[in-house]
Design a binder for this molecule. Structure first.
Ligand SMILES: [Zn+2]
Length: 264
């Protein structure tokens, strides 16, 4: 067995950190490629950079000095309140956050997965095919800290209130939060009509946004955010109960179009 001096090893690691390929480092220092790969692996493990294994010891909710991608969090919170679910599968040590998203909107599935990666850097995400949809999942020991709204039973059977730090984030990134809510429990429909203009019949389209959720608290989070942004909305009823929130006024729809737009 050949022993390499610490100096040679440090020289190799410096080259690797500069982005020099393993084979090139091996050639320059006349060391077997396998040894270089091993040193690289050990160096990355020591710095907690192994893919999928980064130990996340803290989250923003545990310690507000830990960085959090707040726009991505506001979006993911909206998705979670709409169609998200936290569960504790026995075979995994960490709980999982799962958001079920319709296969009609593959762009939203990707946006959700990206937001998960930004909120939980270094954690693996996955997509599980289900009937007509995909469940987008991420596992983390800190899920319940970042989504303290989790509790037994269904969301509409319990109080859904934001923690003060969550309110601050939603207040700073209201459009991302609305986008998450619309992407999960909302829809954009187009009504149309025709009108005579200078003797010619013209077709006019009127987009309109709906948000549907049986939880009074979640609907209130949605309408409070609309109020914050100065958007007009109306509440619609089903079987005598408030159910849908509609945004249909021209100026308000124009803002929704600019910030959210059609599902994709
Ligand atoms: Zn935490």
């Amino acid at each position: 067995m050949i022993f390499h001096t610490l100096e040679v090893r440090h020289k190799a690691l410096a080259l690797l950190r500069d982005g020099v390929a393993n084979a090139e480092v091996a050639r320059r220092l006349d060391i077997p490629k396998g040894t270089i790969s091993y040193w690289k692996h050990m160096d990355r493990a020591k710095r907690g950079e192994c893919p999928g294994r980064r130990p996340v010891t803290f989250c923003f909710a545990c310690d507000d000095k830990v960085p959090l991608d707040k726009p991505a969090y506001a979006y993911l919170l909206g998705l979670y309140l709409g169609d998200g679910h936290i569960s504790f599968p026995r075979q995994h040590r960490a709980p999982s956050l799962m958001v079920s998203l319709d296969d009609a909107w593959p762009g939203i599935q990707s946006e959700c997965e990206q937001a998960m990666r930004r909120v939980f850097p270094g954690r693996a995400t996955c997509r599980v095919r289900s009937k007509g949809c995909h469940n987008i999942k991420v596992y983390s020991q800190h899920l319940l800290h970042l989504f303290p709204q989790h509790g037994p039973g269904r969301k509409h059977d319990r109080d859904i209130l934001l923690e003060p730090w969550q309110e601050t984030i939603v207040g700073a990134h209201p459009w991302e939060f609305l986008r998450g809510l619309i992407h999960s429990d909302g829809c954009r429909i187009t009504n149309w009509t025709t009108r005579l203009v200078a003797g010619e019949r013209k077709r006019y389209e009127y987009p309109r946004y709906w948000f549907t959720n049986v939880s009074d608290d979640i609907r209130k989070l949605y309408t409070d955010t609309l109020d914050l942004l100065g958007l007009e909305w109306t509440e619609c009823y089903r079987h005598g109960n408030p159910y849908n929130i509609s945004v249909a006024r021209k100026a308000s729809v124009a803002l929704m179009e600019a910030h959210i737009g059609p599902k994709y």
